[in-house]
Design a protein around this ligand. Structure first.
Ligand SMILES: [Zn+2]
Ligand SMILES: [Zn+2]
Length: 260
């Protein structure tokens, strides 16, 4: 009998969207499908915003939601959670196959929930995200950040793919202690604005620059762009930052795939 060679598992992180905040999302100037992580055979979708299901199906190669092992919501905002219900249905094959884990902050389930009640019995379990806790789904282990400064309960996360540490710094107002958590080889950073804006809890490029200086990262990936970032051409901004800071800074684009 011919020897069947085992295909090595490909680990990757794919951006199914790079839109940040309202206007880029509602006009779909950038897609808003979240981030798909494939880690040693475990598939997890983070922040399925509007269009996530369509982006999975239309990906080349196609990403099959029925192969998801988990869905993580960093917070309940629409640009991170609009497709969560349909993705739960897709992960569980219409609710007929009890499988997968959903991770979310408590307020995604509380009053005015973003995860419908009827859907909650479909996954194997739902785990509530709390600050600084360890979680596991299949071969992916991750730890949550401290609570971010954002209008709803929000956590970033840190995980490892083999020897490479990766973190996902989602929506937040800038604060000093961010630098203590996001010490990874690769940092994926939600940078919504070009300039800081009073009273809106998002990172600006200016703040991101100061934060990057404090981090030991080998590679920074900017994403979650608002209008002012898009108008200023994120790839040029990233190039400038790389030159200024001496660390590789890349602007994510829809469909971009990273092989850590
Ligand atoms: Zn957002
Ligand atoms: Zn948000």
């Amino acid at each position: 009998m011919a020897e069947v060679k085992k295909q090595p598992l490909t680990n990757f992180i794919k951006f199914l969207g790079t839109a940040g905040a309202r206007f880029v999302m509602i006009q779909q100037l950038r897609a808003s499908g979240g981030i798909w992580i494939s880690c040693n055979g475990t598939n997890v979708l983070v922040d399925p915003g509007p269009g996530s299901l369509v982006r999975c199906i239309n990906s080349r190669p196609k990403l099959n939601p029925a192969r998801l092992d988990g869905i993580i919501l960093t917070h309940r905002h629409l640009d991170h959670a609009a497709d969560v219900n349909v993705m739960i249905e897709a992960m569980t094959e219409g609710g007929f196959k009890k499988r997968g884990v959903v991770f979310c902050p408590q307020d995604a389930l509380a009053h005015d929930p973003v995860i419908f009640k009827y859907n909650r019995a479909f996954p194997e379990r739902i785990e509530i995200l709390k600050p600084g806790q360890r979680y596991r789904v299949g071969n992916l282990r991750f730890v949550t950040s401290m609570q971010h400064v954002h209008p709803v309960v929000t956590f970033g996360m840190r995980f490892k793919i083999n020897d490479t540490s990766v973190s996902l710094l989602t929506d937040t107002k800038y604060f000093e202690r961010l630098k203590d958590f996001y010490k990874t080889d690769i940092v994926i950073m939600a940078v919504v604005f070009l300039e800081p804006r009073q009273g809106i809890d998002h990172l600006s490029l200016q703040e991101a620059r100061n934060l990057i200086k404090e981090l030991p990262a080998k590679k920074i990936i900017l994403t979650h762009f608002g209008m002012t970032m898009l108008s200023a051409k994120p790839h040029l901004l990233a190039q400038n930052l790389s030159a200024q800071l001496g660390v590789e800074v890349v602007a994510a684009y829809d469909g971009m795939t990273l092989f850590p």
